[in-house]
Ligand binder design. Structure first.
Ligand SMILES: [Zn+2]
Length: 191
């Protein structure tokens, strides 16, 4: 069976827009979440935010190993520490970068039954939520890189996803970053 959605990739403007609060947690949203989970598992990935399938709403689905779940109107209320991890993204496929983000967070939101939830997350789980939160704000992992790394990374993605040639004097960016595969390209860390 074909995926219900095609995951939008770098260059699609929907990935750069700030999503709107969900106002109704209803059957329509549940169906959307279900279809997004199907697409997520097909990729495969461990998380998928609504803007990644072209829906400008503040929620994401994920499966961190405890089964499928969705978080609606999420807010990160606390964060602590720093953690370096190689991060990929289904919307920037085939590339990954080491990124520092807070190690622990407290995230609150609503589940598909409309119940308020609060999750304390650490390391990989925490990273997953922070990555998906970024998608809801139109932020991509490229924006989390330091200036120097970002410059090279932007050339690589523009060439790869927008089909633009790098300037002749530029070093070959593809060689410097695209040889890195996501640590978990076996299907783990791709949100
Ligand atoms: Zn992503």
């Amino acid at each position: 069976m074909a995926s219900p959605y095609e995951v939008r990739v770098f260059g699609d403007p929907v990935l750069r827009t700030v999503a709107n609060e969900v106002t109704d947690i209803d059957g329509k949203l549940a169906k959307l979440a279900e279809d997004m989970l199907t697409t997520m598992y097909d990729e495969p990935g461990i998380g998928l935010a609504a803007p990644q399938v072209g829906v400008q709403k503040r929620f994401f689905v994920y499966d961190y190993g405890d089964g499928p779940a969705a978080l609606i109107n999420p807010v990160i209320t606390e964060s602590d520490g720093e953690w370096l991890y190689e991060e990929g993204c289904l919307s920037v496929p085939g590339l990954a970068w080491e990124i520092v983000r807070p190690k622990q967070i407290l995230i609150t939101g609503y589940d598909l039954d409309g119940n308020e939830v609060a999750i304390e997350a650490d390391e990989l789980e925490s990273r997953l939520y922070q990555h998906e939160m970024d998608h809801l704000d139109g932020v991509l992992l490229l924006d989390r890189l330091d200036d120097e790394t970002r410059k090279v990374a932007m050339r690589t993605v523009r060439e790869k996803f927008l089909g633009l040639d790098p300037s002749p004097e530029a070093p070959d960016p593809a060689r410097s970053t695209s040889t890195k595969r996501p640590a978990a390209s076996g299907g783990l860390f791709l949100p």
